[in-house]
Design a protein around this ligand. Structure first.
Ligand code: MOS
Length: 734
């Protein structure tokens, strides 16, 4: 795999992961790695029907099984409070009544001395149900339709008038299947109570949010709950909510008054921690022969659960990407007896921009216009919905540099007109957008007499490289070599941080870390300034520079006299100095944030067999300043792999009669593996964003957005077949 990054100044050095050695040596401890002498093990029992009531639960044999400590069902579970709805809050608390709302719902938890004993006993639990006819088909007239549940429906202008005036209209319906987040690390919770104090090691993207949810469920103060997640084995959005099994691990620990570990099985990962819901999306795009867009109507239906309020918007990309005067975007949620869905990588935009960008490609072909040219023709110089400027936007450079790197000019427009040997070759492209928000975050920095800085915040690093880039940010702000900085995260005892999600953490946390380190530097300068013996006496923060562990008087010609952090501490007899820093939620902006990319894909199609391979991808990304070329490129490559899976492989299949997930294994649910992922060429473009002091926007979601449509459009170009339903399979192409 080759990766290149460009643009000096925008892109920080490709620093190796600071947590890499701990990960590869096994020193990094994940939530399932925590053991205790008296650890007990919990195993879940799940419903085998999708709707109805539990008529009878036979638990005697399970309870009498060797090693069993307790068996908790709705009949004996303590009452749990439902947390108020909010970010990070999960579905209603488990085991509170006999109602079944989805296949795979937890109906019991068995706790035993060993995992094997708990698993054996769990198999002895017998449930009889009073089944109801489940709502499994989104077209079922009994299913409740929730309009604009995300509150993000948008419109501007007059779509009907725009469509009436259009010279060309594309009217097409696209479907995407359920997909499952499927991080490699099985989600685990290890919980114990010390009196009224609860500690949980959890697979989460936001320890503070799990703490809030558990405190609410058990009706204890948040200060009585500590949640730790220094390492998480991936999540892709599955760790953004507090799921019932986390509550059950804590509940089980309380009941047996011992530490309890609960690890989901791979099959349970498909029903217990969310999934990307299936969508049906209709796009009506009206344009003039010149390519000028005059109407863009995007309506989408998504599924949600009967007992959950998860909702996301499918149409934000359609609202933001093009300068079209008449636009409408609406998303409905249909309530079905399915497991609770959740955010999954590029939530909303990944499926929404798939539909939009395929429709744009269809329009380009109708107009016989180059697909890149069509996008440039409708380039949104300002945020088209609000009319306000963008905080920064380099999408034009993404198109231009991406096209150049890809060799887009070699493309001959006619489908089936290009070959690589006997294979049909196709070039496709798509725009990508992700709307992110920078929310409040805190951090604390301290520096001791050994000259080592510790910086802490209760964030998580689910894999993108947060440990590493925060080490870089802190080192830069303090003027320390990175190996003199220890950045720590994943503990609610640390200053609060937001979820690692929505592409917003690097901006929020990076700004807080930067601020904390600047405050710490100022504290050192203040100490030295009042000290007659210091070469920095009389200096203010604006008079100094920090480099190589020294604070020096700033001069035009380079640093003047100065001294080390350690020397300042020593002369004052101090062990260390600390400072708190914060970054605020941005709400008073007169500009709108957006993350942009252009994705270019080449596919080869076997003309006889219909087999598709992705042979090249170029991703040109405007994520503001890129702090670490290496980890950022890795993240774009990872998102591209997810996009290839979305385009060609991934589909969570349910039995239409029972709602049972039929392919809940890695043998049956196909994800893109290394052999499916070609060279991914990553180009970072644009400028540091003025939103925050470190110039960062974010790249987590935009990494996957646009990949699937670029591939689908390349498949059309290669084969002349417009496949509007993901994944694009051999069956559809034959
Ligand atoms: Mo991302 S779906 O916000 O982890």
């Amino acid at each position: 795999m080759t990766t290149t990054t460009e643009t000096a100044g925008l892109v920080g050095a490709g620093v190796d992961r600071v947590d890499g050695p701990a990960k590869v040596t096994g020193a990094a401890r994940y939530p399932a790695d925590f053991g205790f002498a008296n650890l007990a093990h919990a195993v879940l029992v799940q419903s085998t029907v999708a709707a109805g009531r539990i008529r009878r639960l036979a638990t005697d044999r399970a309870e009498a099984s060797p090693g069993v400590l307790t068996l908790i069902t709705h009949r004996n579970a303590p009452r749990l409070a439902r947390a108020p709805n909010g970010l990070g809050i999960g579905p209603p608390p488990p085991l509170q009544d006999d109602r079944i709302v989805h296949h795979g719902q937890h109906i019991a938890v068995v706790v035993a001395e060993s995992l094997e004993e708990a698993a054996a006993a769990a198999r002895l639990v017998e449930a009889d149900y009073e089944p109801a006819e489940p709502l499994l088909d989104p077209a079922d007239p009994r299913a409740e339709q929730v309009e604009n549940a995300s509150g993000r429906d948008v419109s501007r202008g007059d779509v009907a008038a725009g469509l009436a005036a259009a010279e060309v209209i594309v009217d097409a319906t696209y479907t995407t299947p359920a997909q499952t987040n499927n991080p490699v690390g099985l989600f685990a919770s290890t919980a114990y109570w010390d009196g009224e104090l609860l500690t949980v090691h959890d697979s989460t993207q936001g320890p503070a949010f799990v703490r809030a949810a558990l405190a609410a469920a058990f009706e204890v103060p948040e200060s009585a709950v500590r949640v730790l997640a220094p390492f998480v084995g991936g999540a892709f959005g599955a760790g953004l909510r507090t799921w019932p099994h986390v509550v059950l691990a804590a509940l089980a620990a309380r009941v047996v008054d011992r530490p309890v570990k609960l690890v989901l099985s791979r099959a349970q990962m498909f029903t217990s921690i969310g999934h990307r819901p299936p969508t049906v999306q209709r796009l009506r795009v009206g344009a003039m022969r010149t390519g000028e867009l005059v109407a863009l109507d995007h309506e989408g239906t998504e599924q949600t659960a009967v007992a959950d309020d998860f909702a996301e918007s499918l149409t934000r990309g359609s609202a933001a990407l093009y300068d079209c005067p008449n636009m409408s975007g609406r998303t409905w949620q249909v309530r079905l007896n399915v497991a609770c869905p959740t955010w999954m990588r590029g939530p909303g935009e990944a499926p929404g921009v798939f539909a939009l960008e395929c429709a744009l490609d269809e329009l380009a072909w109708e107009l016989r216009m180059d697909p890149v040219e069509l996008r440039l023709r409708n380039y949104a110089e300002v945020q088209p919905q609000t009319g306000r400027p963008w905080t920064s936007k380099a999408l034009r450079a993404c198109y231009e540099q991406g096209a150049e790197r890809f060799g887009w000019s070699r493309r001959t427009p006619e489908p089936r007109s290009m070959r690589n040997g006997r294979m049909l070759a196709g070039y496709g492209m798509a725009s990508a957008y992700y709307g992110y928000v920078q929310v409040a975050c805190q951090a604390r920095a301290s520096l001791g007499h050994d000259g080592v800085a510790f910086v802490r915040s209760a964030a998580t690093d689910i894999g993108p490289g947060t440990y590493t880039v925060m080490t870089q940010v802190a080192a830069a702000a303090l003027g320390l070599p990175p190996d003199r900085v220890r950045f720590e995260l994943g503990d609610t005892a640390m200053p609060p941080a937001p979820l690692q999600g929505g592409s917003g953490l690097t901006a929020a946390l990076g700004s807080a870390v930067h601020n904390a380190c600047r405050q710490l530097l100022h504290a050192f300068v203040e100490l030295a300034a009042g000290d007659a013996e210091s070469p920095l006496r009389g200096c203010g923060a604006q008079d100094v520079v920090a480099a190589d562990g020294r604070i020096s008087v700033a001069h035009a010609g380079g640093p003047g006299q100065g001294e080390t952090y350690a020397a300042i501490l020593a002369r004052h007899g101090l062990a260390e100095l600390s400072a708190d820093g914060a970054s605020a939620r941005r709400r008073d902006l007169d500009a709108d944030p957006g993350i942009f990319a252009a994705k270019f894909a080449e596919v080869e199609a076997d003309p006889d067999l219909g087999l598709i391979r992705v042979t090249r991808v170029v991703a040109a990304v405007d994520g503001g300043r890129i702090l670490n070329a290496k980890t950022a490129a890795s993240q774009i490559i990872g998102g591209t792999a997810g996009g290839i899976g979305m385009a060609l492989l991934e589909e969570t299949l349910s039995d239409p009669g029972t709602g049972r997930i039929a392919n809940a294994t890695f043998g049956d649910y196909l994800v893109a593996v290394n052999a499916d992922v070609p060279d991914v060429d990553v180009i970072f473009v644009g400028d540091p964003d003025p939103m925050n002091p470190i110039g960062v926007k974010g790249i987590g979601e935009v990494a996957i957005v646009g990949v699937a449509p670029a591939i689908a459009n390349a498949v059309f170009h290669a084969t002349g077949r417009r496949i509007r339903s993901l994944p694009i399979t051999v069956e559809q192409l034959l």
